[in-house]
Design a protein around this ligand. Sequence first.
Ligand code: WQD
Length: 354
Amino acid sequence: MSSKGSMSSKGCILATGGAGYVGTHTVVELLNEGYDVVVVDNLANATMEGLKRIEEITGKRVPAYNVNLLDTEGLKNIFSENRITCVMHFAGFKAVGKSVDIPLQYYKNNIGGTVNLLEVMNEFKVYNMIFSSSATVYGVPEKLPFVETDKTGGCTNPYGKTKFFIEEIMKDLYTADQQWNIVMLRYFNPIGAHKSGRIGESPIGIPHNLMPYISKVAAGELEFLTVYGGDYETKDGTGVRDYTHVVDLAKGHVAALKSVKNKCGLKIYNLGTGKAYSVLEMVKAFEKASGKTVKYKIAPRRAGDLPTFWSDVSLAKKELGWEAEKDLDEMCEDIWRWQCMNPGGYPSGQSKST
Ligand code: WQD
């Protein structure tokens, strides 16, 4: 799983975690835009199948390295073999609940891996970074929607803290050395799948996130959805979120890349839709898209959940010229197509959901 990347005039992007959910969708958009892409992924929470399918969708080959970001020599080798112009850093453990049980692994992998990556980039004079941050860095809202200038921190679990700490590390790095161009993209609840139905979200075992769970209930793989909390002060008592199509997010990365090339310095953008839907609205939308019934039962609130949050998306629109285009119906239709075409997710080599 390693080979030399060629170099197009547009540059060569290193995608860490490029075999994962947001990574695969972004690699497709980058290839479609004419960028060369090299992937580094240790397959801790992904499989080679995603990369194979990228090649199938785009007709382009994606050189890939099975290297852990903590492996400095392995990383240096990738930078020696490829003329990387920018790194898109998707890699990281992302299970909120698990991060509470194994915090040290989360800090070592997410933060240690990122620091290592930044050091190697520095050594190879690659100063362009686009980082997968998360709405989780905002913690408990003082007001809504979240704006990029709102305070961050106060995250309630180690996973969220790793995103917050990495943002702080990158800010310090930029303060120390303004050769860097760093764009931090704060995702709001990525859902959906590629139109082809060939790549999508492939969680292991029982999904923790809402939409993979709903789609498995609609498909009859799971009996009913447990709705965590029916007594929030929201439109119907259930939790409210800003669900964003993963292909829109992927396009947000391409827009950020253009900004990095224009030497943007340090920038932070929300990537969301600015629209907010409740759990029950999501159930209804999915029933419409799939033509199936999604049984659910209201249960107590899930520890650590916020009642409501969504994004102010005006900055990304103004500065990146990016806005989400896909609506809720399309998100649900795309998930359903992915579910029907891949009932158990990717076929082989499924791995643990660290
Ligand atoms: C959405 C809504 C739940 C499952 C988390 C992380 C975030 C990001 C995405 C990334 C909430 C409700 C869910 C279920 C339910 N992490 N729900 N029954 O919690 O907004 O965000 O995942 O990689 O950083 O915090 O997303 O999809 O888990 O929940 O009722 O079985 O659905 O309570 O209101 P969340 P989610």
